[in-house]
Each structure stands twice: as structure tokens, then as C-alpha cells.
Design a protein around this ligand. Structure first.
Ligand code: ADP
Ligand code: MG
Ligand code: MG
Length: 889
């Protein structure tokens, strides 16, 4: 096994072995770009070290051999006293990870070689600056010395000199700092700063390995679901120097604008500086374009290289470079991060440039980005005073009055005020306030804090961890840096997509992408937004290649029409319980309270025409497309008054001695229907089996509506769906009853209705006996919300607010199983039920309804297991279309 690769031996596809940085350094080397020579120690070596606690036996010799070769090539030895070879030791895992060890530059400098370096460069200041940087970086990242001790000493030196600028420190000052830094190391670690260059290098390599299991790195991996056993590579790269004078410098660049995708010159440059100075912000950088005046040759070469990289990687790249006395060196490149809007634009631009094809373009964007583009946003042109900047936890743009507790949030929102709930952090007690608020702002906690998780679950705008905002809930105020105070009732605006917090009301504009999906903006129009055109094209690619059809969860004609505009190919879930609310509640109460058959029949007959007209509207809105209607599902107590409220009402009435007969009966019924676990109680098909006539009424309403549409020359395609079936016997009974009703309606209206009848698969038993259930069902729709609840034994309404945060933080799962389908557990039941169902009935239609139908990762899973369609809420439809396309491309 080979543990070390020269930069000339690797390539960009070896990220698993060489890490991202190493693989791309190798790729650039082989493209003939000017990369300082070096080599990469593989992730395999790291894995051995992490497992056994020691570097693999062969590693030392292999490193020696590569170091020898490097020294030969450079004509000097590592740390050689009169002319030292210096190297950087750079961590580089497959995915770039905060919390990993920082790069250490200038390895090889010592009390002896610093003198040689000064002589060789003819620049004493430079040599001592490089040495103090080495001790500082090495002390901090390898030896674990508190970095502030070095920074304080540096500050003191500058203060003594009466300056703020590092460049004003001369060779003597820096030499003094080196002595101080060495003293700090000796005091803090009990040993001297190592003078042996090879020892410096080996210690740094080991520190990189160790940093893989640092707490911050581990936490990050759990959150991003990066496996913990990948290990990191280590790059040893010969040093080039940007701090040799005004003809030297260092910079970062993008091959195109990561915010818009536009081609051009984007980046920053800093004269006479070493790597980390650019990002550390110690001096002001200049825009990259100014490099043209400073050093035209290097500038032109850089432009050429950027073009080479774009053509080669066929994507936006970001770049780190250094110029040493007029010679350009490339130190890093990778495919660059970009905003959601830029991702869509760049993908289509690259198609136009002929660099990628449409299938590849689909892989360059994703549903999460599209969803981001669909949120309303703050008007960029508006003036806004930013008072804080936290973590973008749940996207959206929210404006409202500041409130500091849940009670006030609820009270004010009831009286029609829009509020933003501000807390230091939230806990389950804040739930009501979070529901009432337009948005949530916290000063503590990260992406998996309670506020973030719950807000995302509710689709509510949230900014969390805005640490510079001081929240004082007792005095109901928040203080921003600079002394701005926000009192209860003051209006603020929060941007959940960027994490920014503004004082006052920032105007909100609808997303142009939604305007486009709604049909209010046309991609072909002359003045069409560039982004809209890009989205239009990408959606067209996705629709062309996807196999999954996309339907909507919609209960009324209005939602159905919007869904259709958004590209829905039918309704996958119409929840009939939503048709039982409002004024109709009274009829449902009568149905529940009915003592006799005739009372019950009366209630049902009153409901029939109402249901029928709902269905007529729905079938009309979705004419020609399938509409799956689910028969009544929720436990009946949901239609009755709240038990406590009702008890109070009855007790008060009794005290006044004017008891109301109906209330008494209601209270009795509520008591009778009360269940410990309503989710597992009398609901779904069980209702149909114990309440005579209920399902028959609903089936009749559907059949009559279909007949009416047929007579009006429409093309109704209703599908009747039975919820919460656990065994085929339940389904057979309901099916026989339904078929009889349908036959009656067909006979009475003289039409042939071709209604189909199927079931939800949302109980483990249904999934396990899918082969039998398919005998009686023409379609399955996986109800993955309930299936997740029952497979995990989680009560969704309770667990998300109570212990999911803890589970996410401990890494038990990276994302809630209600958000993304749990492939190993719930998913494997879906997979086997699909196979069993199709074995029984090859033309069984298969779909999924529930939140997962609009979740990108879940959509890919449903594609892979061979479902026919996914169904999701109207606003998620474009996301599902896109992801279905990406899954198939
Ligand atoms: P990060 O992963 O944080 O980007 P890098 O390993 O890229 O860390 O190092 C940070 C910066 O240090 C680089 O951008 C570059 O400017 C500088 N650097 C690293 N290695 C060298 C080198 N061999 N010569 C000169 N500068 C270097
Ligand atoms: Mg870098
Ligand atoms: Mg269900």
C-alpha cells in the first residue's frame, strides 16, 4: 500500500484518497499550471493512525523518499542552514471542514536557517517575519498554545512602535518577537520550540491527523452527515513567498461571480503578505482587477489560468494564489460555492458555452436551492439598517413587532399584529409563541438548536445564534452593537435566508420565480428576469427526463388550480376532513351524537350534497388528471369541542341551573371518544367500519360528482383511497360496500365511472402484508408521515419539540425522519411493499403522499424504489419536479 503521492501522481478524481485540496493540487500540476512542488500523505495513512494510534510503519520511509526527491528538485534541503527549503503542512479532507487543523506555513525555519533565508533573499525583515509566523502558527495549532498570547505580544510590539500596521515592524522588531514567541512556547508547553525541521514536519502531520477527531470537527461531521471514518489527507507543499516585498503578494479569485454567475474578474489581492493575511482582514485588500496595474504579466497569466480551469472543470472555480517577486504560483483550486440564483444561471450559461449538457446542468442545481428562490425576499433596493447577523436557520423574510415572550406573541398576534419572537434560545414552552410569530430570532444556538429545528418544521422564518445581539427578556429589550436598542413593540425585519437582522420594516417583494410559476411572469418575455429564464430552462430539462410524476396534496379547487399552474399532474391526496370544518362541524356533531339510525341517516344526507359539490369543483379543476380522495381519517374527537372548555361550559351552566341538553350529550360523547393515544385509536378505515353509512356517503358523493362531471362532458378521474388499513379484510369490507354504491350510482345516472379504489400503506402491518393487500387494492399510496410515526414509535406532534434537538445534536440522526425519509428503516418497508404489491398485481399504481413527497433526498429514494408518483403540497411541486428530473438524469 502506497501512503504518499507526489503532486504529479494524483488527479482530481482521487478525493477519497488525497482529499479535495490534494487531488486538485495534483490536477493543476498535471495541467501544467505553476504549482509549487510537493506531495500528499493519503487518508489511508490517517485511518491507520486513528485506528492504531501510530503512523503506519512504512510511512516514515515513504515520506523520507518523497522529501529527498523534493529536495533534489529544489536544490536545497529542508531547513538547510545556509539556504533552507521551507514547506507548508496543509490539512485537506474529502470535504472541507471547519474545525480541522489550520495550515502551518514556513516549516523548516529555525534559529540557524532564518539567517540563511535572510541572506538568500537579501531581505532580513522577510526572514524574521516568516519565522515569527511559523512559531505562532505551530505554537497554536500543533502545540496547542493559546493563540492570544502571540497576538497580544504582536499588538504590544506594534503599540510600542506607534503603529497598527505589521509592515511597520522592521527586522529587529520581528527578531524581538521571535524571542518572545519562543519564550511563550517554552513557558506554555514546558519544552523549546523544535529546531529540527523534520521533527517540525512530523509533528505538524500528526497534529493534522489528530484534528480529525477534534470536537468541533466531529460535531460538524455529524451535522453534515459526513462519515466519521474518512480521515484526512495532509499536503506538504514547498513554500513560495508573497511577503518578499511590494512585487509579491497573495490573493483569492473566482472564475465568475459567485453571486450572479456573471463572467468577469472577481477576487481580492494583498501586496506583500502571506496566505492567511487575505482572509484575516489585517490589512485592506484591493480588488483583483487592480492587479493589472501592479503586475500585468502575472495578471494576464492568472486570467489565462482561470480560463483553463473553467474549461477543464467545466464549472465555477475558486482559487488561492501567491505572487513571489513577479512569479505567479497556484496554491489551491476547487469548484466554488455559489448562491442559489448563481447556481441556476451558471448551469445554463455553461450549457450555452457548450461546456456541459442538459443532464449535467441538472446536477449543478438542486431542490433546496430552488426552494430558496421561491421565498419572498427583502427588496434589495430598499435602504435597511442592519443591526445583527446570525445563522440562516429557516429561510424567508419576516417583518414584525419585537416581542420577548411567548405569551405576548400569542396575545398580540390574536389582535392582528405581526410579531417576531425574540429569545435568547427557545424551548418547548415557546411553541405557542413560535406558531403565532411571523419569524423567530435567537441570540444563541446553531442550526440544530430548538428554534432552528422547530422553525424549519413549521416552515417559519428563523435566524438563530445572532450572538452580538444582547437579548434581555426580563426588561423586554434587545441591544445591538453600537448601542441600538430594540424595545418590545419596535418593528424589526429578519432574513432567514441570509441570517441578517434589520431595524424597522424592510419592504418585501415576491420571488420572481414564484411569479413565473404562477404564470404572472413569462420566461420568453423580453424583460424577463435572467434568473427566471434559467429556472424555466432547467425545469424543462427536468420535466423531459423525469420518470416520477408529481401530484399535489390539495383539498379545494383553489389549491388544485395553483398546483396545476405549478405543474402538478393530479392530486395525490385530498383530505376530506378539511371539508368537515367550519359550518359543517355542526352536521358532524349531529352525526357523532346520533342515537338512532334515522338520526344518523339524516346527518349523513345533509352532508352528502356538500361533499358532492366539493368534489365537483375539485374534479373540474383537475379535469383529465387523477384525483385521489382519501375517506375520512382523523379521530372524531377532533370535530368536537375541546374537553376542558366544554366541561367548564357545562359546569357553569349547571351552577346557573340552565343546563343545555345538547352540551350534556356532547360532553358525554367527548368523554366516550376520549382516547389516550388518538393517533393509534378510532380513526381511518376503523371509522368506516364502525360508523354505518359514513364511508358509503363519501363514496356516493364522489361517484355522483364524477357522474355530474361526465354529464358536463368533463373527464373526471377520481380515485378512492382508504386510510390506515392494517389488513386486507378491512379493505375487502369497505371495497365491497363501495363497489355496491358505485354500481348504484352508475345505474341511476346511466354513466360508466371507472373509479378506482386503493389504500394507503401507513402501518407496518400493511407494508408487511402488502402482497395480500394488493389483492383488494388497485393502488397504494405510502403515507410516510404515519408510517414514520408507527415504525419509530414517535408521536410526531410531541417529539419534534421535545427531544429531537437532543437527538440531532448527539448525531443519532442528521435530519428529522419526518423531513427526510429514513431509508434504512421506513424506506426498507416501502421497498419491500412495492415489490410484494407488484408481484401480486403488476399494474398496481404506486405513489407517496405526505411531507416526504416534496423532500429532495426522499424524492430520489422514491425514484429509485420505482414509485409512479410523489405527491406534495402545491408550493413544493417545482422542487419535486426538479429532483425527480435530477434522479432520472
Ligand atoms: P485552507 O484550507 O484554510 O484554505 P490552505 O492549506 O489552503 O488552508 O492554506 C491557506 C493559505 O496559506 C493558502 O491560501 C496560501 O495562501 C497559504 N499557503 C499554503 N501553502 C503555501 C505554500 N506552500 N506557499 C505559500 N503559501 C502557502
Ligand atoms: Mg486554502
Ligand atoms: Mg395517515
Amino acid at each position: 500500500q502506497k501512503f504518499v503521492y507526489d503532486f504529479t501522481e494524483g488527479n482530481k478524481d482521487l478525493k477519497d484518497l488525497l482529499g479535495g485540496k490534494g487531488a486538485n493540487l495534483a490536477e493543476m500540476t498535471n495541467l501544467g499550471l505553476p504549482v509549487p512542488p510537493g506531495f500528499t500523505i493519503t487518508t489511508e495513512a490517517c485511518k491507520v493512525y486513528l485506528e492504531s494510534g501510530a503512523e503506519p510503519a512504512a510511512l516514515r520511509d515513504e515520506v523520507s523518499a518523497h522529501l529527498d526527491a523534493l529536495e533534489q528538485r529544489m536544490g536545497k534541503k529542508l531547513g538547510q542552514a545556509d539556504d533552507p527549503l521551507l514547506v507548508s503542512v496543509r490539512s485537506g479532507a474529502k470535504f472541507s471542514m471547519p474545525g480541522m487543523m489550520d495550515t502551518v506555513l514556513n516549516i523548516g525555519l529555525s534559529d540557524a536557517s532564518v539567517v540563511g533565508l535572510a541572506a538568500q533573499a537579501g531581505n532580513e525583515r522577510f526572514a524574521w517575519d516568516s519565522y515569527r509566523r511559523l512559531i505562532q502558527m505551530f505554537g497554536k495549532t500543533v502545540l496547542g498554545v493559546d493563540g492570544e498570547l502571540f497576538e497580544d505580544a504582536l499588538e504590544d510590539a506594534k503599540r510600542a512602535k506607534g503603529t497598527h500596521d505589521d509592515l511597520d515592524l522592521d527586522a529587529a522588531d520581528l527578531r524581538g518577537l521571535v524571542e518572545q514567541f519562543k519564550a511563550v512556547v517554552a513557558k506554555e508547553t514546558g519544552r523549546d520550540f523544535p529546531q529540527d525541521p523534520r521533527e517540525q514536519m512530523d509533528l505538524a502531520v500528526r497534529a493534522v491527523f489528530d484534528s480529525w477527531n477534534g470536537e468541533r470537527a466531529k460535531l460538524y461531521r455529524r451535522q453534515e452527515r459526513i462519515p466519521g471514518d474518512l480521515g484526512t489527507a495532509v499536503n506538504i507543499c514547498s513554500m513560495v513567498f508573497g511577503n518578499l516585498g511590494s512585487d509579491s503578494g497573495t490573493g483569492v479569485a473566482f472564475t465568475r461571480d459567485p453571486a450572479t454567475g456573471h463572467q468577469g474578474v472577481y477576487g481580492d489581492y494583498l501586496c506583500n503578505a502571506q496566505g492567511e493575511d487575505v482572509v484575516a482582514g489585517i490589512r485592506n485588500t484591493v480588488p483583483l482587477a487592480e492587479l493589472e496595474q501592479l503586475d500585468k504579466t502575472s495578471y494576464d497569466q492568472l486570467m489565462q489560468i482561470m480560463e483553463t480551469l473553467e474549461t477543464h472543470y467545466k464549472d465555477l472555480c475558486d482559487i488561492e494564489f501567491t505572487i513571489e517577486r513577479g512569479k505567479l504560483w497556484m496554491l489551491q483550486t476547487r469548484v466554488g460555492k455559489r448562491t442559489a440564483a448563481a447556481a441556476f444561471r451558471i448551469a445554463t450559461q455553461l450549457v450555452d458555452q457548450g461546456l456541459i449538457d442538459e443532464a449535467e446542468a441538472l446536477q449543478r442545481v438542486n431542490g433546496a436551492q430552488l426552494a430558496q428562490l421561491m421565498f419572498p425576499r427583502f427588496d434589495e433596493k430598499a435602504k435597511a439598517e442592519r443591526i445583527g447577523w446570525g445563522i440562516a436557520a429557516s429561510p424567508g423574510a419576516a417583518v414584525g413587532k419585537a416581542v420577548f415572550d411567548s405569551y405576548t406573541a400569542v396575545k398580540w398576534s390574536r389582535s392582528g399584529e405581526k410579531v417576531i419572537l425574540i429569545r435568547r434560545e427557545t424551548n418547548p414552552d415557546d411553541l405557542n409563541g413560535m406558531i403565532a410569530a411571523e419569524g423567530i430570532l435567537t441570540s444563541r444556538g446553531g442550526k440544530t438548536s430548538h428554534a432552528a429545528v422547530v422553525a424549519r418544521g413549521m416552515g417559519k422564518t428563523c435566524v438563530c445564534g445572532a450572538e452580538e445581539l444582547e437579548v434581555d427578556t426580563k426588561r423586554r429589550r434587545m441591544t445591538a452593537p453600537g448601542g441600538v436598542v430594540v424595545e418590545e413593540g419596535d418593528v424589526i425585519s429578519i432574513d432567514g435566508s441570509s441570517g441578517k437582522v434589520y431595524l424597522g420594516k424592510v419592504p418585501v417583494v415576491p420571488s420572481p420565480v414564484v411569479e413565473y410559476f404562477e404564470g404572472r411572469m413569462h420566461a420568453g418575455a423580453d424583460d424577463a428576469d435572467e434568473l427566471v429564464r434559467a429556472v424555466h430552462r432547467i425545469m424543462a430539462y427536468a420535466d423531459r427526463v423525469r420518470r416520477l410524476r408529481v401530484r399535489a396534496n390539495a383539498d379545494n379547487a383553489e389549491d388544485a388550480s395553483r398546483a396545476r399552474r405549478f405543474g402538478a399532474q393530479g392530486i395525490g391526496l385530498c383530505r376530506t376532513e378539511h371539508m368537515f370544518l367550519g359550518e359543517r362541524r355542526e352536521l358532524v356533531e349531529r352525526l357523532i351524537l346520533a342515537d338512532t339510525d334515522s338520526e344518523r341517516d339524516k346527518a349523513l344526507s345533509a352532508l352528502l350534497p356538500l361533499q358532492r359539490s366539493d368534489f365537483v369543483e375539485l374534479l373540474e379543476a383537475m379535469d383529465g388528471l387523477p384525483v385521489t380522495v382519501r375517506l375520512l381519517d382523523p379521530p372524531l374527537h377532533e370535530f368536537l369541542p375541546d374537553i376542558t372548555e366544554l366541561s367548564v361550559r357545562v359546569a357553569l351552566a349547571e351552577a346557573r341551573k340552565d343546563s343545555n341538553e345538547n352540551d350534556l350529550r356532547l360532553l358525554q360523547a367527548v368523554h366516550k371518544l376520549h382516547e389516550q393515544n388518538p393517533m393509534l385509536g378510532l380513526r381511518g378505515v376503523r371509522l368506516g367500519l364502525v360508523i354505518p353509512g359514513l364511508f358509503a356517503m363519501q363514496v356516493r358523493a364522489i361517484a355522483e360528482a364524477a357522474a355530474e362531471r361526465r354529464n358536463a362532458k368533463g373527464d373526471p378521474r377520481a380515485e378512492i383511497m382508504i386510510p390506515l388499513v392494517g389488513t386486507v379484510q378491512e379493505l375487502e369490507i369497505v371495497r365491497d360496500e363501495a363497489e355496491a354504491v358505485i354500481a348504484e350510482v352508475e345505474a341511476a345516472t346511466g354513466t360508466e365511472l371507472s373509479l378506482t379504489l386503493g389504500t394507503m400503506i401507513e402501518l407496518p402491518r400493511a407494508a408487511l402484508t402488502a402482497a395480500q393487500i394488493a389483492e383488494a387494492a388497485q393502488f397504494f399510496s405510502f403515507g410516510t408521515n404515519d408510517l414514520t410515526q408507527t415504525v419509530w414509535g414517535f408521536s410526531r406532534d410531541d417529539v419534534e419539540a421535545s427531544f429531537f434537538t437532543a437527538y440531532l445534536e448527539k448525531g443519532i440522526f442528521g435530519v428529522s425522519p419526518f423531513e427526510t425519509i429514513d431509508k434504512d428503516g421506513v424506506g426498507s418497508l416501502v421497498r419491500s411493499a412495492v415489490e410484494a404489491g407488484r408481484a401480486t398485481r403488476p399494474d398496481l399504481k404506486l405513489g407517496v403522499c405526505g411531507e416526504h413527497g416534496g423532500d429532495p433526498e426522499s424524492v430520489h429514494f422514491f425514484h429509485e424504489v420505482g414509485l409512479d408518483y410523489v405527491s406534495c403540497s402545491p408550493f413544493r411541486i417545482p422542487v419535486a419536479r426538479l429532483e425527480a428530473g435530477r434522479a432520472a438524469a
